[in-house]
Write a protein that binds this ligand. Structure first.
Ligand code: ARG
Length: 320
């Protein structure tokens, strides 16, 4: 076997195809690394088996929900970090943490090459590349989907030839990403900004027709800007976010329709579902309006935007 490569693995089509592709094109020994940031179906044995079946020599899964909440989500909440006034940055906040685990696992496994499944069109490639490079400038980074030039149909053929089991999501219409803080939905017919967001794009939030007729009251307690309890019941950050997400989602809160300026220079229409982030940002803001004066609030607004841009642009581990 040749180069040892640690591949950030979601279990989806791109990263599954990347396993045999790295073996064929880089003579690589592939170790997959799946980081569970919550919000999804739960990543466990299934993901591990898919990776091994596709040719990985080892498949690691790390539950990083707590680290994500403590070191990324809550600091971003305190910072009021919302990109272009709309996007609470769920995907963008998750990338630097995945990059950190890629570097750590590579060091433990004695590898100097990492790989990710991003294409050349989005922000995520930049976040992974910068995250890894800032933590470990000597590492080599491979992005198979940026190199291989296959269409989605060609990828599916490639997967079939290499005995990769196709999941339902292989013929999905949108590109999605999920974690505790929110769900991102993009591509396909959404690229037409005139198109009203199709109901099929959403899965965490109810449409208005389906929301309960009775309103729901939630009282959220904060300590030093961190939410700690719902209706006086204390709980850890993960449960608090999950509970708010499901209550608010049921009431149709947290749908976002954004024409976004990507860091790679294109405007892109994006949808998000972020019920917990929406409720928590609004409550945190309400708290600030009670304890900060107008000059402090104005200053906070300007640094919030700065912070959001740094997160969006993948600069988490840089000095500024
Ligand atoms: N546009 C958003 C961002 O840059 C969402 C990216 C979603 N990623 C994905 N692979 N679908 O953060």
């Amino acid at each position: 076997m040749g180069t040892k490569v640690i591949l950030a693995y979601s279990g989806g089509l791109d990263t599954s195809v990347a396993i045999p592709w790295l073996m064929e094109n880089y003579n690589a020994e592939v170790i997959t690394l799946t980081i569970d940031l919550g919000g999804g179906k739960g990543l466990g044995d299934d993901t591990r088996e898919r990776a091994i079946q596709a040719g990985a020599t080892k498949a690691l899964v790390i539950d990083a929900k707590d680290a994500f909440v403590q070191h990324f989500v809550f600091p971003a909440l305190q910072a009021g970090s919302i990109y272009q006034g709309q996007y609470p940055l769920a995907t963008a906040l998750g990338r630097p943490l995945i990059a950190r685990y890629l570097v750590e696992v590579a060091r433990t496994e004695g590898a100097a090459t990492v790989a990710h499944g991003c294409t050349g069109k989005g922000n995520d490639q930049v976040r992974f590349d910068l995250g890894v490079t800032n933590l470990e400038p000597e590492f080599h980074i491979i992005a198979p989907a940026r190199e291989w030039g296959m269409t989605r149909d060609e990828e599916i053929d490639y997967a079939k030839q290499h005995n990769i089991p196709l999941s339902l999501s292989s013929n999905k219409t949108y590109s999605t990403d999920e974690n505790l803080w929110g769900r991102s939905i993009e591509a396909g017919d959404l690229e037409d900004p005139w198109l009203e967001p199709p109901e099929a794009a959403f899965s965490w939030t109810n449409s208005i027709e389906k929301t309960p007729d009775q309103p729901l009251y939630l009282e959220i307690s904060f300590e030093e800007g961190i939410p700690v309890a719902i209706n006086h019941q204390r709980m850890n950050g993960i449960s608090l976010i999950e509970q708010i997400s499901s209550f608010a989602g049921e009431h149709g809160i947290g749908r976002i329709d954004h024409l976004e300026d990507r860091l790679v220079g294109i405007k892109s229409r994006e949808l998000y579902e972020a019920p917990a982030a929406t409720v928590l940002h609004i409550s945190h803001r309400a708290l600030e309006s009670a304890v900060l004066d107008r000059n402090q609030l104005r200053f906070k607004d300007s640094v919030s935007q700065e912070y959001a841009d740094l997160v969006y642009n993948g600069l988490w581990y840089t000095k500024f």
